[in-house]
Design a protein around this ligand. Structure first.
Ligand SMILES: Nc1ncnc2c1ncn2[C@@H]1O[C@H](COP(=O)(O)OP(=O)(O)OP(=O)(O)O)[C@@H](O)[C@H]1O
Length: 256
């Protein structure tokens, strides 16, 4: 079987700062992979490379076997239509009511008529546990947890084949985090989607992943089944997952 997403030998530097230094990662259809790693380890740069927002210096990214570099405008639009994304901090448009936030891709991307898009938005809000009464509120009227649910509803509204989750639990209390994690697992399963997430929240990583990959100094230093992470035998992984100050990973205090 060909993997849904294949990342081969990916390199990216900004000036002298080498951020990705030969990333190799494959994600199978229907699989949920979480990339963990410290602040500044390159997790967001990796996601942005896959989304085509940053051009890698070398290496290759394939989605459904198709290279994502050098696509024409319409090929890129077709590729992007496969993706849904839950952004860090939910990234909602404050000036738009909730239902328009959820329906944004349906109206802008698929040209769906407003009345139909609102119906789909309300249906999707129900999937993340929000009632129709929320549809006409603005994001500012919602709690952080509700905003994340709206962000999740937006990510899944167009029934994407692939969903990216960027720090999905940041800023939430542990219980609301777990609610969001459960919703993520349920939504990904119901869609049969392939999921790629980045996080430093180990509780979230454990809950939403089939497989975990750890990024350190621009390389994947360990990857394996989620259940295997406690016996990785890798001192970098052990230090990270237990949040210990002592160990081979030294905190970089100075931006370099
Ligand atoms: N557009 C850019 N121009 C220059 N440097 C960049 C750019 N984007 C990212 N970087 C640098 O690349 C490194 C990795 O950043 P990235 O945002 O991927 O880290 P991260 O692992 O997602 O961190 P965090 O967990 O804190 O969000 C950082 O040192 C950052 O300053």
């Amino acid at each position: 079987m060909t993997a849904k997403i294949v990342i081969r030998n990916l390199y990216k530097a900004f000036g002298r700062k080498k951020v990705l230094q030969g990333i190799n990662l494959e994600i199978d259809q229907g699989e949920s992979v979480v990339v963990i790693g410290g602040s500044g380890s390159g997790k967001s740069v990796l996601l942005k490379c896959i989304l085509g927002l940053i051009h890698p210096d070398s290496g290759e990214i394939l989605v459904d076997g198709q290279p994502t570099a050098r696509l024409t405008g319409s090929e890129r639009a077709r590729l992007m239509a496969k993706f849904g994304m839950l952004f860090q901090g939910a990234a909602l448009f404050d000036s738009l009511p909730v239902w328009q936030n959820v329906a944004f891709g349906l109206i802008q991307g698929e040209g769906m008529r407003a009345a139909e898009a609102k119906r789909v938005a309300i249906e999707t809000l129900a999937k993340v546990g929000l009632g129709a009464d929320v549809a006409d509120l603005t994001p500012a009227e919602l709690s952080g947890g509700m905003q994340k649910r709206v962000g999740l509803a937006r990510a899944i509204a167009a029934k994407p084949e692939i969903i990216f989750f960027d720090e999905p639990t940041t800023g939430l209390d542990p219980i609301m985090s777990d609610v969001i994690n459960e919703l993520i697992v349920g939504c990904v399963r119901d869609l049969g989607a392939t999921a790629l997430s980045i996080t430093h929240d180990m509780a979230s990583a454990r809950k939403i992943s089939d497989r975990i990959a750890m990024l350190y100094h621009g390389r994947i230093i360990w990857q394996g089944e989620t259940a295997e992470i406690d016996k990785s035998g890798n001192p970098y992984v052990d230090q990270f997952i237990h949040g210990r100050a002592e160990g081979p990973i030294k905190m970089e205090i100075r931006a370099s």
